[in-house]
Structures are given as structure tokens and as C-alpha cells.
Ligand binder design. Structure first.
Ligand SMILES: Nc1ncnc2c1ncn2[C@@H]1O[C@H](COP(=O)(O)OP(=O)(O)OP(=O)(O)O)[C@@H](O)[C@H]1O
Ligand SMILES: [Mg+2]
Length: 270
């Protein structure tokens, strides 16, 4: 079992996902997130990480995608046939890639939108979000379109917090942010997990960071989970070190040729 030994609240059982009925993108993916845990999902571009998150949150349907085999259970209930709205009502929130704030609303209005499923106790929850994100308190009356990328990322995480999530799905929160901001945001993510007891499934291209934040990680390649282990063990794994922690090129990813070399070499493992 994944993570900290607690029982899994989310169980993805061998799912297949297709887009437009024919394009098979996930080819049997199984992942568990334990109560109170942080689990990382790693993998190269196009591996199927965002698709996995969308399968959980129900957002797949908006892209004409469908879980065509296997199933997803959240707190013992099968959820993969539910509409996104129904899944959100059960407490699952996905922070999608690319920080979508409502640009023409103020920061505070963005946060209030997040509370629409649970409007009671609004003031307390705003205070809770501002406690974790003091920058958002400072910027509360500014249009969200005018705040920095890092502040927008804080704003979308804060908006999800307003809904009192039971599981947060984060898709590449570090993307395009300066290192200091990434550090700040990840410290807050860890505190939200620890102090507010929010379980997190984290998709992240910054593997070093992900393996530091999450005690357990899955590695996905071409629509399949190819490794699943504690982050400590994964950090020692020669393939992970070589391919994901090698960081030889601009932007931290190796060239395609090296990737192919990695794939060739990998056949000797297993
Ligand atoms: N709406 C869609 N219709 C058809 N194919 C799609 C759709 N969305 C994604 N795909 C395909 O599914 C595969 C997995 O995409 P996905 O976005 O899940 O990968 P990812 O691991 O999140 O990649 P990245 O690191 O680039 O974000 C890709 O080959 C992609 O082209
Ligand atoms: Mg993605």
C-alpha cells in the first residue's frame, strides 16, 4: 500500500481511459492515496498524469474522455461515473495546470467563489486561507489578473481550500514559477497537508522537489505505472537518478535521444 500506512481514501483500480472513444491514453493505472498522505505522480510529458487527475475529478468528460475499464473509489464509493459537480460535492478538488484565476474578480472574490458549495463559515475560512497565504491578504482587493503568477497559484490553491477539500489534486503547481516562490508554495502545501490534514495527489515535473515533499511516489510512462515506491527508495533508484534527477539540459529535462537511451536500458531491468 502507498504512503504512510493509513488506509487508502482514494483507490484507482486498473483504469483505462480513452479520448473520443478511440484514443487509449491510460492503459491500466492503479494508484492509492492514504488518508492524510501526500502522494506524487511523476512522469515525462504526455505520460498521462493530467489525464489521471481528470479521471478522478470528473473533468475528463469536458474533453470527451472516459474511463472505459477499471474503477475509482473515494471513501468506499465508486465515483468514476459521476459528473464533475457531484465529485466536487464529495470533496475532491483539482488545481488544473496553468493557474486559472477569474481575472476580472478580486483575489478575495476568487476565494469566495471557492466556497459556493459550502457557504457557511465563510469568514473563518477566509481567515484560514489568509493565515496560510499572507500575500493573498495583502492583495485581497486587487484584480486577480494583475497579481503575479506565484500569487495566482496561491489564489487557486486558496480557492480550493475555501471548499474544505477532502482530497486535493495538484497539477504541476511549480510550473513557470521562480525557485523562491516554488519553495514558498511547497512549504505551504506541506503545511496544509500536515495541519489541515488534507490528502494530496501531486503531479510534478520537478522530481527532486516532489520526492522531497511526498513520502511515496508513482512513476508513469506512456499510460502505465512503471514504478511505485517510497520516495527514499526512488531517490536511490539508478533509473530515477539518471533520467529524472539527471538534469542535464535547459529546463531540467534530458534530450529525446537520452530518453530513448533510457527506454532501451530500462528493458534490462524488470
Ligand atoms: N482531450 C484530449 N484528446 C485527445 N488526446 C488527449 C487529450 N488530452 C490529452 N491527450 C493525450 O493523452 C496523452 C496524455 O496527456 P496528458 O495531458 O495526460 O499527459 P501529462 O502526463 O499530463 O503530460 P504533461 O507533462 O505534458 O502535462 C497525450 O498523448 C495527449 O496528447
Ligand atoms: Mg499534464
Amino acid at each position: 500500500m502507498a504512503g504512510n500506512g493509513n488506509e487508502a481514501i482514494l483507490k484507482i483500480n486498473n483504469i483505462e481511459v480513452r479520448y473520443h472513444e478511440v484514443i487509449l491514453v491510460l492503459k491500466g493505472v492503479s494508484i492509492e492515496v492514504p488518508a492524510g498522505g501526500i502522494v506524487a505522480l511523476l512522469g515525462a510529458n504526455g505520460a498521462g498524469k493530467s489525464t489521471t487527475l481528470k479521471a478522478i475529478s470528473g473533468l475528463l468528460k469536458h474533453e470527451d474522455g472516459e474511463v472505459t475499464d477499471g474503477g475509482i473509489e473515494f471513501l468506499g464509493e465508486r465515483i468514476h461515473r459521476l459528473e464533475a459537480e457531484q465529485i466536487a460535492k464529495r470533496g475532491i478538488f483539482q488545481i488544473i495546470e496553468g493557474r486559472r484565476v477569474f481575472e476580472h474578480l478580486t483575489v478575495e472574490e476568487n476565494l469566495v467563489v471557492g466556497a459556493h458549495l459550502r457557504p457557511s463559515g465563510l469568514k473563518e475560512r477566509l481567515d484560514m486561507v489568509y493565515h496560510y497565504f499572507p500575500r493573498l491578504r495583502e492583495r485581497r482587493n486587487v484584480m486577480a489578473g494583475f497579481i503575479s503568477g506565484g500569487e495566482q497559484q496561491m489564489c487557486v490553491i486558496g480557492r480550493a481550500m475555501m471548499a474544505q477539500p477532502k482530497l486535493m489534486l495538484l497539477d504541476e503547481p511549480s510550473m513557470g514559477l521562480a525557485p523562491l516562490l516554488i519553495k514558498e508554495i511547497f512549504e505551504i502545501i506541506q503545511r496544509l497537508n500536515r495541519e489541515e490534514k488534507i490528502p494530496i495527489l501531486l503531479v510534478e515535473q520537478n522530481v527532486k522537489l516532489a520526492l522531497t515533499v511526498a513520502p511515496h511516489a508513482y512513476v508513469m510512462e506512456n499510460g502505465r505505472i512503471v514504478m511505485d515506491d517510497s520516495s527514499e527508495k526512488l531517490k536511490e533508484n539508478p533509473d530515477i537518478r539518471d533520467f529524472y534527477l539527471g538534469l542535464t539540459d535547459v529546463g531540467g529535462r534530458k534530450s529525446f535521444r537520452e530518453v530513448k537511451h533510457y527506454k532501451r536500458r530500462k528493458r534490462w531491468l524488470a
